[in-house]
Design a protein around this ligand. Structure first.
Ligand SMILES: [Zn+2]
Length: 832
């Protein structure tokens, strides 16, 4: 043999790839038992090792330190040029400055298992990846010449692992297809959500969770043209694929709709061949912007949801029609449907690419929405807003001059003359994320159908509680790209520090001061010291209160550094409003907090409280399962938080809570938890303030029932929405003199997600309530709309030495209502 041949042979032996194994060959129980997360990762490692059609990127880590993984799948040649392909792709939509010679490819992103317990999704990711790289599958090899697939097998590894480990725990050698077997009864809090029990599929736009933040970094580096989000639903449901249901948001383009229709037709053909049941167009709408289908749509992609019946099915379950549904069935249905996504993207590649690029061009030159410029007045809450815009890659600049303008004023819901001042945020839709910008800032969204799957209003100026304007045209004036931060001046003569109470950093700093045993007061009135005006709620840390603290300036200075707007007071003597030693500065006590969790508590609402305490204000908390409540000595706590739930306290437990309040304890009851105090002796929570109101409401109900006798059953669901609110923004009036309202602004816009309502209470403090003729945005049934007038949203009921704070609406809903975070901080730290 000549030495060239030897060299070639050696080269081939060293570098050639073995045949990648299918998941059925690699994992002995594939399709019969849920895979562990490490097995999923090992399977993909094997593919990466044995095939040059797939490449791995770890893009982040979960709270529980599991890897977040993305896999690029395309021809070996495309994978070698991946970075060039990406840059060129971004260049075409105005997101990368230079062009290169690489040929354009369609970018298709496949997301699996955002809901951890929907295991048919993650299991199918293995088979989808295998079919894409499988050398014997000539068809997929042809598609991949024109396509780069980005495949994320599991968006929620912590939730998935919680479910998978549990299912393994309760599995015997035989399956249990019977309905009530424990294999189908997942324990609280369930694996659907992530570590903090947040629903990651409601978090795409708000990005409160680390999984979302990492993923969106990668997403925006790639900006896919097609995004498929793979789910499961109740196991008796036939398969769901696009088109989605109405309402479609008006920003969804005709092409996006058309692609939905085409994918529906192609998938139907494939399912017909197998005789599989399916439906489309009926349930999952395209409106709320924070889903895995809508968010990509508002970013130019064709976003789609896929749903297989499977939640609670365990390894196998008997369905209503008598058939047994297995993991293998679930994953094979998904594989068929998701491969069709790649196939259609290949078939439609030309028009897909063209329309994707047009989306970015047209949306900035011919914007569809009503407004083209948004102006947010300079405010400390803007720091969080800017973080959100940045995470969504929405460009913002700052005014650098003063000017008078006319625009829509969010807070009064009317056109108004106003003045722009330096440092106000200016957001123009003349930018690549024009559509997303309009969707997030739009004050009123057009609903093509009122039966929506989710909340119907989310406008950022109301969520953040910052005075804002929307303008129909472009505005020209001097702008700058940054606001310079003025560092607080140093002083050698510190008498006290003043820390304004105006954003979440204020609460974080107070949390830190409490944890370091620094004594803190707050201003209960507006006061002036020299040229410093102290607003209500402003935190005051005096040297006099903290005489035992070593090196006061250094110690306190380090703790409050996050609040860049703090001020030094050199004297305790006020110019107006009362000296620091007077009665206007109550001393704050560090709360000792207990939160209830477990069966009977809404898992996601609990998660929102937990995340707020653990991550937003980083404050130590005891979390106690309801079943252990009787074993706790409540005297060790000052504050008991009851998240939304269906509590069934015994009489003894109710008495314990009453005694806790009577002794000076504070209960924060959220959503349905307030009903624990409804019509209870000594408390003032009643649905109606007067007998008249009650009789009136009963009369209306009875008239309605009489009229309804003649109606057909068919439209009952549609009719019922007249008393329904899927999630709308409602204007509230505030008692600004009360600590519960400090820092919130002139009004409070509450996100109302339930029909539960209480007329203004007698004998309690109605601090934040819905006035007559209130402003609102989003869908509220016409019957409910009127009856919400003069109902209370946040009230305080004094009982003995203590109190209950009723939160009819949940201010921590999905963590994105920034003013709600501040309101909750008021309840936790300032209300005493
Ligand atoms: Zn799901």
């Amino acid at each position: 043999m000549n030495r060239y041949l030897v060299a070639i042979l050696l080269f081939t032996l060293t570098f050639s790839f073995a045949q990648p194994k299918s998941p059925y060959e690699f994992l002995p129980n594939y399709g019969k038992q849920v895979s562990h997360y490490h097995q999923v990762e090992a399977y993909f490692q094997q593919l990466v090792k044995e095939s040059d059609w797939i490449k791995h990127e770890k893009y982040g880590e979960t709270t529980q330190e599991r890897n977040l993984n993305a896999y690029y799948i395309s021809t070996p040649e495309n994978l070698k040029n991946l970075e060039e392909i990406r840059r060129n792709h971004l260049h075409e939509i105005g997101l990368f400055p230079t062009k290169n010679n690489s040929k354009s490819k369609a970018v298709v992103w496949l997301s699996f298992n955002v809901h951890g317990n929907e295991i048919g999704a993650i299991e199918s990711a293995l088979l989808v990846a295998f079919e894409l790289v499988n050398p014997n599958n000539k068809e997929t090899k042809k598609w991949l010449e024109d396509i780069v697939v980005i495949l994320d097998p599991c968006l929620n590894p912590d939730g998935f692992s919680r479910y998978a480990c549990w299912l393994r725990d309760v599995s015997g050698s035989k399956t249990h297809p019977g309905l009530y077997d424990r294999e189908h009864m997942e324990p609280w809090p369930g694996g659907r959500q992530n570590h903090y029990v947040y629903d990651l599929n409601r978090d795409w736009a708000w990005q409160t969770q680390r999984e979302t933040q990492f993923r969106m970094d990668l997403y925006h580096q790639w900006m896919p043209m097609v995004h498929a989000d793979v789910h499961e639903m109740g196991y008796n449901e036939p398969y769901f694929f696009p088109p989605a249901a109405e309402p479609y948001h008006e920003q969804i383009s005709p092409f996006q709709r058309d692609f939905h229709k085409k994918i529906g037709e192609l998938t139907a053909k494939k399912f017909d061949k197998e005789g599989w049941m399916y439906y489309s167009g009926e349930r999952f709408d395209l409106f709320y912007p924070s889903y895995g289908d809508t968010y990509p749509c508002y970013n130019g992609a064709v976003g789609m949801t896929y749903e297989q019946g499977g939640i609670g099915a365990g390894r196998a379950v008997t369905m209503k029609n008598g058939d047994v549904l297995t993991i293998k069935d679930r994953l094979e249905h998904h594989t068929k449907a998701i491969l069709a996504v790649v196939e259609l993207s290949y078939v439609q590649k030309e028009i897909l690419t063209k329309e994707f690029r047009n989306f970015f061009k047209d949306s900035r030159t011919k914007p569809k929405g009503k407004y083209q410029t948004y102006i947010v007045k300079d405010h400390p809450k803007n720091a969080e807003l800017l973080k959100l815009l940045n995470r969504n890659r929405i460009e913002a600049s700052f005014a650098d001059e003063s000017k008078k303008l006319t625009g829509y004023h969010y807070q009064s819901n009317a056109e108004k003359v106003f003045s722009v001042e330096p440092n106000d945020i200016i957001i123009s839709v003349d930018q690549p994320r024009a559509v997303l910008t309009q969707v997030l800032f739009e004050p009123h969204h057009k609903l093509s159908d009122s039966l929506s799957y989710d909340i119907t209003a989310w406008s950022l100026p109301h969520a953040y509680g910052i005075e804002s304007y929307a303008l129909k045209g472009k505005v020209a004036f001097k702008m700058k790209s940054k606001v310079s931060v003025i560092n607080p001046e140093k002083s050698n003569n510190v008498y006290a520090y003043y820390i304004p109470w105006n954003n979440r950093s204020s609460a974080r700093v107070l949390s830190l001061l409490h944890q370091n045993n620094i004594k803190v007061r707050y201003a209960s009135k507006e006061v002036t010291f020299g040229d410093v005006v102290i607003q209500r709620g402003g935190l005051i840390v005096t040297k006099g209160d903290n005489s035992k603290v070593d090196n006061f300036e250094k110690t306190v200075g380090a703790l409050i550094v996050e609040k860049t707007d703090y001020k030094v007071l050199e004297t305790g003597m006020a110019k107006s409003g009362g000296d620091l030693g007077g009665e206007n500065y109550p001393l704050l006590k560090a709360p000792k907090v207990m939160v209830l969790s477990g069966n009977g508590v809404s898992n996601i609402d609990f998660g929102q409280v937990w995340f707020y305490l653990d991550q937003v204000v980083e404050y130590p908390t005891s979390i106690v399962d309801v079943q252990n409540f009787s074993r706790v000595n409540l005297a060790e706590y000052t504050t008991l938080i009851l998240p939304e739930g269906w509590y069934s306290f015994s009489d003894n437990q109710k008495k314990t809570i009453e005694e806790f309040i009577a002794r000076g304890g504070k209960v924060i009851a959220i959503g349905g938890a307030v009903s624990q105090f409804e019509d209870r002796e000594g408390f003032h929570l009643t649905k109606f303030a007067t007998e008249d109101e009650k009789t009136q409401a009963q009369k209306i109900l009875e008239e309605q029932e009489l009229a309804d006798r003649f109606l057909e059953v068919e439209n009952a669901e549609r009719r019922s929405i007249s008393s329904f609110v899927p999630g709308a923004i409602v204007e509230n009036k505030l008692d600004k003199t009360h600590p519960l309202s400090y820092g919130l602004g002139e009004q409070y816009y509450s996100l109302k997600t339930s029909e539960n309502k209480y007329k203004l209470l007698k004998g309690a403090q109605n601090i934040i309530y819905v006035p007559k003729n209130y402003q609102s945005s989003g869908f509220i049934g016409y019957k409910l709309k009127k009856s919400l007038e003069e109902t209370v949203t946040f009230a305080i009921d004094n009982y003995g030495q203590g109190k209950v704070i009723y939160m009819i609406d949940n201010p921590l809903f999905r963590g994105f209502w920034e003013n709600g975070n501040l309101l909750f901080s008021n309840a936790l730290f300032l209300v005493d």
